[in-house]
Design a protein around this ligand. Structure first.
Ligand code: ADP
Ligand code: TRP
Length: 311
C-alpha cells in the first residue's frame, strides 16, 4: 500500500471552502492508502500568536475530519508539535539549502511584497514542511494547487540530502487536487479566513444563516452571482438553474435555499462534530502521535547516523 500524508494548519476556524477543497477529497481517498493526517500546529505559529485560539483550532481540525468521515483507527491523525523529529529534521535541511533558494518561496515573497515583516519561521516554512513529508517515506501528498511549490521544495530537500549523505530519503509525488474548484466567499473573492469572507463549516446554524445572509448581492442583475457561485457546489446545475429562473430577483428566497442546501450536508456532520469531546480529541491525537513518532524516530535514526552525529 502506498503511503499518503497531508497536513492542515490550525490557523483559523474551518470554512466550507476548506471542506470542499480539503476535508471532503481527503475523506474520499484516504482509505486507499496508508494515510497520515497531520495538524501542522508549528506551521500555524508563523501567523498565530494566540494560545487559546491555537488550542481551539487544533481541536477544530481533529473534530472536523472525524465528522467528515475520517476514521481515526484507519488514518494516523497526529499533531506535528508532539513529534519532535519534525523540527529536528527541518534544521538539518536548513543547513543544506541556501538563502536565495528559500527566497523564491511564494508565501515569503507575498508577505514581503505586501510590506509585511516576514518572521524567520515563515522563511523556513518549506523546510519544516519537507521534514513533515520526508520523515514518513511518503509516496503521495494530496494538496491544493497553491501548495505545488512546497512539494517541489520537499523534493529538492530530499535530493540535496541524498546527494550529500546517500540514499536515505524518498522523493514524494504531489497529488494536486485540481478537480476541486475554488469556492468563492461572501464577497465573491476566494473564500479564505484571511479575507474575513467565510461561511463557517460546523458553527451553529444561526452563524451559518448570518454568513449566507451577508453574501454581497449586486442589485444590477437578476441573478445574484455571488450566491449562485457558492450554491453550485451544493446542487446540480439543472436544479440550480430552474431554482434561480423561477425566483428571479428574490435574493432572500435564494439565500434561504442555499442555507437549506448547505444545512442538508452539514447538519449530520455537525451532530458528530458536537458529540466529539475534548477528551476524545486528546485520545485521538495521543494515539496518532505515538504511532507517527515510531516512524519518525526510525527515520531520524538513519538520518543522524548518515550525517555523522552518532559517534
Ligand atoms: P485559508 O485560505 O482559509 O487560509 P488554507 O490555506 O488554510 O485556507 O487551506 C486549507 C485547505 O483548504 C487547502 O487544502 C486549500 O486548498 C483548501 N481551501 C482553502 N480555501 C479554499 C477555497 N476557497 N476553495 C477550495 N479549497 C479551499
Ligand atoms: N502548508 C500546508 C497548507 O498551508 C499545510 C502543511 C504543512 C502540509 N505540512 C504539510 C500539507 C505536509 C501537506 C504535507 O495547506
Amino acid at each position: 500500500m502506498q503511503r499518503l500524508l497531508t497536513g492542515l494548519q490550525p490557523s483559523g476556524v474551518l470554512h466550507i471552502g476548506n471542506y470542499l477543497g480539503a476535508l471532503k477529497p481527503f475523506s474520499e481517498m484516504y482509505s486507499q492508502y496508508e494515510s497520515f493526517l497531520m495538524v501542522a500546529d508549528y506551521h500555524a505559529l508563523t501567523s498565530l500568536r494566540d494560545p487559546e485560539a491555537l488550542r481551539a483550532n487544533i481541536r477544530d481540525i481533529v473534530r472536523s475530519y472525524v465528522a467528515a468521515g475520517v476514521d481515526p483507527k484507519k488514518a494516523v491523525i497526529f499533531q506535528q508539535s508532539r513529534v519532535q523529529e519534525h523540527t529536528e529534521l527541518a534544521w538539518i535541511f536548513e543547513c543544506l539549502v541556501t538563502v536565495p533558494f528559500l527566497e523564491l518561496s511564494h508565501a515569503y515573497k507575498d508577505k514581503v511584497a505586501k510590506g509585511l515583516e516576514a518572521n524567520a519561521g515563515l522563511f523556513n516554512y518549506p523546510m519544516l514542511m519537507a521534514a513533515d513529508i520526508l520523515l514518513y517515506d511518503t509516496d503521495v501528498v494530496p494538496v491544493g494547487a497553491d501548495q505545488r511549490q512546497h512539494l517541489e521544495y520537499a523534493r529538492e530537500a530530499a535530493a540535496k540530502f541524498n546527494n550529500s549523505y546517500g540514499d536515505v530519503l524518498k522523493e514524494p509525488q504531489a497529488k494536486i487536487l485540481e478537480s476541486v474548484a475554488v469556492v468563492p466567499g461572501t464577497d465573491g473573492k476566494k473564500m479564505s479566513k484571511s479575507y474575513g469572507n467565510t461561511i463557517p463549516l460546523y458553527e451553529p446554524k444561526d452563524v451559518l444563516v448570518k454568513a449566507v445572509m451577508s453574501i454581497v448581492t449586486d442589485s444590477s442583475g437578476e441573478l445574484p452571482q455571488n450566491v449562485y457561485e457558492i450554491h453550485k457546489h451544493f446542487k446540480s446545475k439543472k436544479e440550480l438553474d430552474a431554482l434561480y429562473e423561477s425566483n428571479k430577483g428574490k435574493y432572500k428566497v435564494l439565500k434561504e435555499a442555499l442555507i437549506d442546501d448547505i444545512e442538508k450536508i452539514v447538519a449530520p456532520m455537525r451532530e458528530i462534530y458536537e458529540s466529539i469531546t475534548d477528551a476524545d480529541v486528546e485520545r485521538i491525537l495521543k494515539e496518532g502521535s505515538d504511532r507517527a513518532r515510531e516512524y519518525a524516530a526510525a527515520k531520524m535514526k538513519a538520518v543522524r547516523s548518515s550525517i555523522g552525529v552518532t559517534i
